[in-house]
Design a protein around this ligand. Sequence first.
Ligand SMILES: Cc1cc2nc3c(=O)[nH]c(=O)nc-3n(C[C@H](O)[C@H](O)[C@H](O)COP(=O)(O)O)c2cc1C
Length: 313
Amino acid sequence: MPIPEALKGRLKAPVIAAPMFLTSGPDLVVETCNAGLLGTFPALNQRTSDGFREWIRAIRGRLAPDAAPFGVNLIVHKSNPRLEADLAICIEERVPLIITSLGAVPELVAAVHGYGGLVFHDVVNARHARKAAEAGVDGIIAVAAGAGGHAGTLSPFALVSEIRSFFAGTVILSGAMNRGHEVAAARMMGADLAYLGTRFLATEEAMVPEAQKRMVADSTAADIVYTPKVSGIPASFLRQSLATAGIDPEGGASPHLDMESEAKVWRDVWSAGQGVGGIGDIPGAGDLCRRLIDEYQAAVAACAAEARTEGWL
Ligand SMILES: Cc1cc2nc3c(=O)[nH]c(=O)nc-3n(C[C@H](O)[C@H](O)[C@H](O)COP(=O)(O)O)c2cc1C
């Protein structure tokens, strides 16, 4: 299965720390990449395009020579007034991986390919995956049921196999993975790379309040509510934070917020995925990555050993 040439030999395990609004910044990216996994952040986590460029340069300055590549998430939608400026900066700074959300645009893909960069695009269904494939992206991120943020509703098995049936590029699975053996399982079921968000929320470097990290570490899947009642687009939230913000996920009409208003709401209402039940600590991101790498290697070795013993190999 295809790991892009540009990533071959650059990752210590097939893991991307997913971009998270108000959460991922230079410290999380640097710790992740220096530990050998691909770190990312949304451009909009910096208040201005100039600040965004400074972050990219600061990250580059702190990466070890053998660090994994990093990536930036761009919201490709007319409601994002910074798209043009932020994309121009990504091109000038030759950001290794661009992760696009909402719009998959051939011109953007061509511009990024022009300097040798990669484009991954996130989707929640096969229809959007087909559009991304037509736009020429290198990878499609299959956001399955139970993911943090704007999750999908489809089983990861259903979504990955359907995308695989028409897309020959890299498939990245997103949703509810925390441990190395879960990453191994994602690859066994047809994905090339695993995309972990919520697990990285509960790290020292995540730029969120300590109370949010604690809530992630203390919650179970039953505490996650998937609702459009916060912004109009269904997303996964911690039930307790909805209650604190006075939002009733069962009652009332769904608002239709523009990007700016949605951004404000996300400060008070905390998103997390169903994987919270498998998270119990708040480690440094580097330690978390090293643990993931060890777990992944152990899972692959155990699987191969058992297959040999059973005569399946
Ligand atoms: C707090 C939070 C913020 C997020 N913000 C973004 C974002 O700005 N852009 C984006 O493409 N995905 C965003 N996501 C989704 C993640 O990139 C990723 O798809 C998801 O977290 C993976 O599922 P998991 O949380 O179950 O690991 C966010 C997720 C969370 C939990």
